[in-house]
Design a protein around this ligand. Structure first.
Ligand code: IMP
Ligand code: MG
Length: 180
């Protein structure tokens, strides 16, 4: 599977180093707070597991499974919640963990959805950001890597639900993907 993608765009080593730094920043910010770390699945699952272990605080873990609704191959900005949180977040400090900020529409939608539940604070941590693709100016507090405008897979990110288990991040080469 790995040979379909050539060289990693972000190696496992670079990922480890950067996630440790993010964990340190988050630990400093949330000390003495009631942190609920919310993973947005499926894309964030691998990043979430590594980030959670880099945060040196007692935290509450929770997840939301969402599906971005596509319209003519593009993110519509509407997000369907397939599985909701199990924890009450009212009055608590919530950090959303996302895989990638592309147009910004998904994160804008989620921010509004979470704000309605009246958390004490709400911040966003994304492993990746593609600034060139942004349609809306969203406030992302922690970003692992800014990447160029390529479709990427691996480390949780998919192409048609595959390649999420690739242990590093690679650019998807459309030529090497077999047609369905
Ligand atoms: P946005 O709403 O345009 O910011 O995109 C949100 C979602 O699109 C992300 O959470 C990903 O699931 C998906 N996405 C965007 N770019 C990529 C990519 O390069 N590879 C895999 N998924 C992507
Ligand atoms: Mg996805």
């Amino acid at each position: 599977m790995t040979q379909l993608f050539g060289k990693p765009l972000v190696t496992q080593e670079a990922m480890r180093t950067r996630i440790k730094e993010l964990g340190r920043d988050i630990t400093l910010h949330y000390e003495h707070k009631d942190l609920v770390l919310v993973g947005i699945l499926k894309g964030a699952f691998m990043f979430y597991a590594d980030l959670a272990r880099a945060i040196r605080l007692p935290i509450t873990v929770d997840f939301m499974i969402v599906k971005s609704q596509q319209y003519q191959g593009k993110t519509s900005g509407k997000v369907k919640v397939l599985t909701d949180l199990t924890e009450e977040i009212k009055g608590r400090d919530v950090l959303l963990v996302e895989d990638i900020i592309d147009s910004g529409l998904t994160v804008q939608y989620l921010t509004k959805l979470f704000a309605k539940r009246k958390p004490k604070s709400l911040q966003i941590c994304a492993l990746l950001s593609k600034p060139a693709r942004r349609q809306i100016d969203v406030n992302v507090h922690y970003v692992g890597f800014e990447i160029p405008n390529h479709y990427v897979v691996g480390y949780g990110l998919d192409h048609q639900q595959q390649y999420r288990n690739l242990p590093y991040l690679a650019v998807l080469d459309p030529k090497s993907v077999e047609s369905p």
